[in-house]
Design a protein around this ligand. Structure first.
Ligand code: G6P
Length: 607
């Protein structure tokens, strides 16, 4: 969603701001803008549409050394030039960029209008700019503090003022902000990707904190002006990881990276000789976790699908009753949290608003809260009691791929870690982690078949309705396969537990309709073969994902994609790979913008 970049230093700000905005593009946006400050001068340039449009409008030789840049994903008001950020106060001397939502925007707007303020835009952000302008008496930080005392809602925001040309004031409540620290310059961003080209040294702005940043200094205080001391931390991601490295799209790069990203995820965590899993992030809560009576997994989108697989894994390996909740539902439905309830939040970004709110709700009700998160230092990682990072590297493509398999891997590790402390025998644990350790290499083999999957995509790319069927562990995989196709190729696709097809969706099957069936070896294999027959007898075209060596299936399906054999709980790690590639090639064939699909955001930071 919206992205923030700020610069205050000795170099011209504009190239740094535009490059930062480019790095934030992947998050999804519909308009963009910059503000440049010099003594007694504030210049704002903004536009609806792509950064490339903004690039045509700005002067790359501009000498200002302080500025802000923003990508907007519309919430209040249409995505047009006027509603794009930055927003200024009536004097035109103060500019604000803002991620989040101001909830008392209506009341504040009415109040300010009665006071004679004329608004230019429909945004809630302009309300903040006008409020700051009203309070400004020569001290920007103080005016921001006063304004924020009037505001309720969420924000990650940055403010500049023509009267204080070497200062950026930033504030955070619920929407991430980091300060990049360099010699004689500081950067500000909502996402480390925007500043990695300049520095890996960062300070995370905490919730309820205000930062005042100049070229040589950053200072953090609470909303009530109490000083906050923070350590400088190092971002573990590199610039190369957020670049395309010769691939046509980030999504393809990230699909192909999975053998490496999962090897990274597993590194140092499994001991094949001992049959043991080591998860440093859980050490302090292992006693409490082992006593758990009830596990709740929560997340949104792809993370929710990973959680569904996790549910099956936890119940099978630990025998602890486990359920999965959409974070958005959980937070509002008065959830039952008893003594012994552990809530595990799954999130790539660690910034999804609903996932954060569900975790907060669970914590307030006394649950032990754990995070399964990719972005180190993200809000979820900080506010959970303990957790396990994915360590799969930055995911830039909006459609999640390597984060999904990273989530499955971490959930498998956690289930085994806990299972060993419950009912799982050493032999079973050794078998499980040995199979897990083979997954990266097995994925490599599937990726090598990418050309066959392109053929499948070519054959069906013009079809507007697809079904994805799976059973057991592969039911969530079917949901994930359908989601991938929907997200990036805008095709209507439904994922189902295969047996449910008979209870309605079978009515949709028409001659030649593509039906992807995950038919790998396992206890439900015979059942899924019956489902294939049901599809075929209604004219559907079956694309089967089957276990290597299964010759029989080729007689029943139009296309067969083979995956290597593994244990059933780990099958989704393999079966999802062809589904990711089918979705990718289909979207490319349909001319869709794979990495920036319409209407979607990488990280949904508003409700
Ligand atoms: C958005 C993204 C999805 C992602 C979901 C949850 O909808 O487009 O790809 O699965 O958010 O994101 P999270 O960062 O919490 O995993």
């Amino acid at each position: 969603m919206c992205g923030i970049i700020g610069y205050v230093g000795r170099r011209p700000a504009i190239p740094i701001l535009v490059e930062g905005l480019r790095r934030l593009e992947y998050r999804g946006y519909d308009s963009a803008g910059v503000a440049l400050v010099a003594p007694n001068d504030l210049q704002v340039t903004k536009t609806a549409g792509r950064i490339s449009v903004l690039e045509q409008m700005v002067d790359f030789s501009a000498s200002q050394t302080t500025g802000l840049g923003h990508t907007r994903w519309a919430t209040h008001g249409a995505p047009n030039d006027i509603n794009a950020h930055p927003h200024t106060d009536s004097s035109g001397r103060i500019a604000v960029i803002h991620n989040g939502i101001i909830e008392n925007d209506r009341a504040l707007r009415t109040f300010l209008e009665r006071d004679g303020v004329t608004f230019k835009s429909e945004t809630d952000t302009e309300v903040i700019a006008q409020l700051i302008g009203r309070f400004y008496k020569g001290d920007l930080e103080r005016a921001v503090r006063q304004a924020l005392h009037e505001v309720s809602g969420t924000y990650g925001m940055a403010v500049v003022c023509a009267d204080e040309p070497e200062v950026i004031v930033a504030a955070r409540k619920g929407s991430p902000l980091i300060i990049g620290v360099n010699h004689d310059e500081h950067l500000l961003a909502s996402d480390a990707a925007a500043i990695l080209a300049h520095t890996k040294h960062v300070v995370y702005v905490g919730d309820g904190e205000i930062a005042r940043i100049t070229p040589t200094e950053y200072r953090l205080t609470t909303l009530d002006a109490i000083p906050v001391t923070k350590e400088i931390e190092e971002v573990e991601w590199s610039l190369e990881q957020i670049e395309l490295a010769g691939y046509e799209h980030f999504m393809l790069k990230e699909i192909c990276e999975q053998p490496t990203s999962l090897a990274d995820c597993l590194r140092g965590r499994i001991d094949l000789r001992e049959g043991a899993v080591h998860l440093g992030g859980l050490v302090d809560c292992t006693r409490e976790l082992t006593r758990a009576k009830h596990l709740i997994l929560s997340g949104c989108g792809t993370a929710w699908h990973a959680a569904l697989v996790g549910e099956y894994m936890f119940e099978e390996l630990t025998r602890i009753p486990t359920e999965v909740e959409y974070a958005s539902e959980f937070r509002y439905r008065n959830p039952i949290i008893d003594d012994g309830t552990v809530v595990i939040s799954v999130s790539q970004s660690g910034e999804t608003a609903d996932t954060l709110a569900a975790q907060t709700e669970a914590k307030q009700r006394g649950a032990l809260t754990l995070g399964v998160v990719n972005v180190v230092g993200s809000t979820l990682a900080r506010q959970t009691d303990a957790g396990v990072y994915l360590h799969v590297g930055p995911e830039i493509g909006v459609a999640s791929t390597k984060a999904f398999t990273g989530q499955l891997t971490v959930l498998a590790l956690m289930a085994c870690y806990l299972g060993r402390r419950k009912h799982m025998s050493p032999g079973a644990a050794t078998e499980f982690i040995t199979a897990l350790s083979r997954i990266p290499k097995q994925i490599n083999g599937i990726i090598e078949q990418a050309d066959d999957l392109k053929v499948v995509a070519q054959r069906y790319a013009d079809r507007e309705n697809w079904l994805y069927l799976g059973r057991g562990y592969n039911y969530p995989t079917a949901l994930e396969g359908a989601l991938k196709l929907k997200e990036i190729s805008y095709i209507h696709a439904e994922g189902l537990p295969a047996a449910e097809m008979k209870h309605g969706p079978i009515a949709l099957i028409t001659e030649g309709m593509p039906v992807v069936v995950i038919a790998t070896e396992g206890i439900q294999y015979d059942k899924i073969v019956s489902n294939i027959s049901e599809v075929r007898s209604r004219g559907g075209s079956v694309i089967a994902i089957a276990t290597e060596g299964n010759k029989e299936i080729a007689k029943m399906a139009e296309h067969v994609v083979y995956v290597p054999e593994t244990l059933e709980p780990l099958q989704p790690l393999l079966t999802v790979i062809p589904l990711q590639l089918i979705a990718y090639h289909t979207a490319v064939l349909r001319g869709c913008n794979v990495d920036k699909p319409r209407n979607l955001a990488k990280s949904v930071t508003v409700e």
